[in-house]
Design a protein around this ligand. Structure first.
Ligand SMILES: [Zn+2]
Length: 499
């Protein structure tokens, strides 16, 4: 259906098109409605949009520029017009166009050979609101354009600019672009390739199957480098292709102190309890395992009536002690009480959590026997949740003991925490409120965290398995004569080496 021009003038005459509903701050008709339902042309819609200037129809701009991008290639004169209006909104509106409109405008400009105008708009956007964190989606089309056009030095300078103004770095968007950047640089500029690889390492980006397909097709022509895909097992003890062992990224003493200070601050008061006050002697060649009590006790137990399994924890304690290691257990203090609240954690699968039903259990004689025995051996540590989340106790204990070892010049990691908890909430808090980088937290986890699972025989728990951290870090690695890129999920790698 064609948009009837006459009805436009009628609407204008009645002041309907320009009318802004102050209450809802919506322009009628909405740009989306015009384009999608009324099938108005871009030119007709633009004629309406450009009249909406006091205030500007910012939401309408998002839709309009998006539809323009979908309709490319556009007439050069029309691109000039819509760019001029975009500039007006950018200069005159208090906030300027949203990231959605920016992303479309920047893509249209780069496609029509006006990358310099896109750069100017983006710089102006940041100058105008320097306190607002820039969103990567506005910058992505220009970075991708430079890479595709093989203007790699410009791409690198632009990337440094994006970083310097604190732009968001959504891994699923930034990662694939940097992978294509690295593949373009590999054949032409090895120093630049190393720089890009370094960014991928800092982001701890792992390649998706799409990235791998792109990499393999893009690097086929690079005569002096070959890429080989290798399974996890083929990387141990060294890469089967290039004979280089993968590297494990360390955590320095200063970084441990930083982690320790951050967790201390996260607790309302100091948690200097038994873990730090009386660190027990670790026999030569052995380790100190700190067990995340609830995480182990709730293994496979998150269902209605699922119990807190003191016996799992106890079985694991005995298993580890039998190997000559030292064990501590962090446990919320209320589990030491007669009656305790039973935590039901899996909200998605468990309707009882959603309805807010609370379960309580009364300690049995067996439970009391476990607790009394742990207390007698002073291996249980009461985490007082009114002070801090019990996770913070084992985090603190681990950092404390690791830092103490590091200061004593002990290089091997003698302290492990046994937990499957990814501590996602704490990572957000450490990163955003305490300036601890995610990379550092991941390096610490890669060093100290031991996974745990139950081994069943005839549907009964026969043993508890520990899963040691990997001997290498799953990050992009530069070995000088070869490079390695981790692939997500499969555990496999790309090895880039000379044939
Ligand atoms: Zn290799």
């Amino acid at each position: 259906m064609q948009w009837p021009r006459r009805s436009f003038s009628l609407l204008r005459a009645h002041g309907i098109v320009r009318q802004l509903s102050q209450k809802s701050r919506r322009f009628m008709p909405e740009v989306h409605y015009m384009l999608r339902r009324q099938k108005a042309s871009l030119e007709e819609t633009f004629a309406v949009l450009r009249e909406r200037t006091a205030p500007y129809d910012i939401k309408g701009c998002d839709t309009f520029y998006f539809f323009c991008l979908q309709a490319t290639p556009l007439e050069p004169a029309f691109v000039t017009d819509i760019a001029a209006f975009f500039r007006r909104v950018l200069e005159e509106d208090a906030q300027g166009p949203h990231d959605g409109a920016f992303s479309s405008m920047v893509a249209i400009l780069t496609q029509t050979g006006r990358a310099d105008v896109a750069v100017e708009f983006l710089k102006r956007k940041h100058e105008k609101n320097p306190s607002a964190q820039p969103h990567y989606r506005s910058y992505a089309p220009l970075l991708e354009h430079y890479i595709q056009a093989n203007e790699l030095e410009k791409a690198w300078a632009f990337w440094k600019y994006i970083q310097s103004i604190g732009t968001t770095q959504p891994a699923d968007k930034v990662g694939p672009t940097l992978v294509s950047f690295a593949s373009a640089a590999l054949g032409t500029d090895i120093a630049l390739f190393r720089e890009v690889l370094g960014v991928l390492r800092e982001l701890r980006y792992q390649l998706t199957p799409e990235d791998v397909a792109l990499w393999l097709s893009a690097t086929e022509q690079h005569g002096d480098w070959t890429t080989t895909q290798l399974a996890h097992a083929a990387m141990l003890p060294a890469c089967q292709k290039c004979s280089t062992p993968l590297t494990k990224l360390p955590v320095s003493t200063a970084e441990l102190d930083q982690l320790l200070a951050a967790v201390e601050t996260m607790c309302i008061e100091s948690t200097s309890g038994s873990l730090s006050a009386t660190p027990r002697q670790v026999p030569p060649g052995k380790k100190h395992y700190i067990l995340d009590g609830p995480n182990i006790a709730y293994l496979n137990q998150n269902f209605e009536g699922g119990a807190f399994r003191f016996d799992y924890v106890d079985q694991l304690v005995k298993q580890i002690e039998a190997d000559g290691h030292v064990v501590s257990v962090t446990m919320p203090a209320y589990y030491f009480e007669e009656v305790s609240y039973l935590s039901v954690k899996t909200a998605a699968r468990n309707p009882y959590k959603k309805t807010g039903t609370r379960y309580y259990r009364t300690r049995t004689a067996e439970d009391k026997a476990f607790i009394d025995a742990w207390e007698a051996a002073s291996l249980a540590f009461r985490a007082r949740r009114e002070v801090a989340s019990d996770d913070l106790y084992w985090m603190y204990g681990t950092f404390y003991l690791l830092a103490m070892d590091a200061k004593a010049g002990i290089e091997t990691t003698r302290v492990n925490v046994v937990s499957n908890d990814e501590i996602k909430d704490h990572i957000v808090a450490l990163d955003e409120q305490h300036g601890v980088s995610r990379d550092l937290i991941e390096r610490w986890k890669g060093t100290a965290r031991v996974g745990v699972s139950l081994g069943f025989v005839a549907r009964k728990v026969a043993h508890i398995r520990l899963h040691d951290p990997l001997p290498f870090s799953r990050v992009a690695q530069d070995h000088g004569d070869s490079f390695h890129l981790p692939i997500a999920d499969s555990g496999s790698w790309l090895c880039i080496s000379r044939p």
